[in-house]
Design a protein around this ligand. Structure first.
Ligand SMILES: [Zn+2]
Length: 136
């Protein structure tokens, strides 16, 4: 069996575009930028940012990559559901609520918890699917 060390740029892009299509967040604003994280949903601007820093993904980074993309897609799905400006207000309210209760604005934030749950729950299913499609 062939064990690949890297997932190519083409396959990485195909994985991202399949996920965006599947979760119907294609209408959400997307921006490519050089950054450390694989993806980031910018609540202030309603933009799903994708990193251009990594052309390829190392196999051992695959889990983290998939969880991050799915986590950020979940924020984008919320933004689509409520409208990004309303979601921005909801998210800010939640942050302030946590701070007012002596909690952590991110770690205890319900939107962050839900997004992380979604990533943790779904990454392996996608890994199997992309494996079957020979993308990884
Ligand atoms: Zn998040």
């Amino acid at each position: 069996m062939l064990i690949r060390e890297f997932i190519s740029e083409t396959n990485k892009n195909k994985i991202i575009s399949d996920l965006l299509k599947h979760y119907k967040v294609g209408s959400v604003k997307i921006k490519q930028k050089s950054m450390k994280d694989h993806a980031h949903y910018n609540v202030d601007t309603g933009t799903l940012e994708l990193s251009t820093r990594y052309k390829t993904i190392k196999n051992r980074q695959l889990k983290e990559f998939l969880i991050t993309i799915l986590h950020e897609i979940y924020h984008a799905m919320d933004a689509k559901k409520y409208g990004w400006k309303k979601f921005k207000d909801m998210y800010e309210y939640e942050m302030n609520y946590r701070i007012a209760n002596d909690q952590d604005e991110y770690k205890d934030n319900k939107y962050e918890i839900e997004a992380e749950k979604f990533g943790q729950k779904n990454w392996s299913k996608w890994k199997n699917r992309f494996k079957k499609e020979n993308l990884i």
